[in-house]
Structures are given as C-alpha cells and as structure tokens.
Design a protein around this ligand. Structure first.
Ligand code: RB5
Length: 146
C-alpha cells in the first residue's frame, strides 16, 4: 500500500486519466497528476520518464495511461528500478504486485473502460508484494552494471 499515486497519460489516455483521477480521489486515494493536461498531442516517453523518476524518488506507485498502454509500458520498463505492468484485468494487476513487485500500472485508454480500470487500479494499489522466492527473481530483472 502506498500513500500517494502519481498518474500520467498522453493524449490517447487523457480521458481515462481524468476519470481515474476523480474515481480514485472519491475512494480517498491521494493522487498527483503529472500530465498531460489536455487532449493536445504529446510524446508518451516524456510523460513516462518524468513519472518514473518521481516513483523512484519517492517509492510511491504510478499509473501510466496511453491509447493502448503499450508505449507507456515500453518507455517505463527501460528505466532501471521500474517494473511496469500493462494490465487489462485485475488478476494480472494482483499478480503484478504479489509476484513481480510492480511499481507502475499501465492501462490503455482506448482498451479498458473506467469501471474495470478502477477495479484493476484498486487491486494493484492494495495488493502487497509476497516476497520470498519472488524477491530473488525480481532482483534478476535488473541488468547487471557493466
Ligand atoms: C497515440 O496515438 C498512441 O500511439 C499512444 O497513445 C499509445 O497508444 C502508444 O503506445
């Protein structure tokens, strides 16, 4: 469980980001919106990189939304220490936390409707990492420094 959730999107995820922001606030989560702030076209890697840096600085979770969630998850997973999970149902968002210790949830604004997205996000936020045998595997995800 995290205290605060950073949320970000490009234009393709803007509408779902706005809806998620309000639904999650209604459920008393503390949400910090890192943009984009309109439907004008923007580059998803920039939004992802900025949000990932905040997640690494604070240890809080992030939610990244683009049209499909694919570009956001690709951009986020390039960054050391980020484990981004693209989910379109809540079994995966549960396992992403339990087994993979994911710190970013990605979703597709043109793929997943708001009610399902809320369920996916709440499951992600509330599910703890199991640790144990998964700890070693999660550590193995990081490329060794050369
Ligand atoms: C923007 O049209 C779209 O390419 C973007 O939102 C995302 O889906 C990329 O993966």
């Amino acid at each position: 469980m995290t205290n605060r959730i950073f949320i970000g999107s490009d234009h393709g995820g803007f509408e779902l980001k706005e809806t998620m922001k309000s639904l999650l606030k209604d459920e008393n989560y503390s949400i910090e919106d890192l943009g984009t702030y309109s439907t004008d076209s923007v580059d998803y890697p920039k939004i992802a990189q900025n949000l990932c840096n905040k997640v690494l600085e604070t240890g809080d979770f992030g939610i990244l939304i683009c049209g499909t969630g694919l570009g956001m998850s690709m951009a986020a997973n390039k960054i050391k220490g980020i484990r981004a999970a693209l989910c379109s149902e809540s079994y995966s968002s549960k396992m992403a936390r339990e087994h993979n210790n994911a710190n970013i949830l990605c979703m597709g604004g043109r793929v997943t409707g708001p009610n399902l997205a809320l369920e996916i996000a709440k499951t992600f936020i509330e599910t703890p990492f199991e640790g144990g045998r998964h700890e070693r595997r999660v550590q193995m995800l990081e490329p060794e420094d050369k």
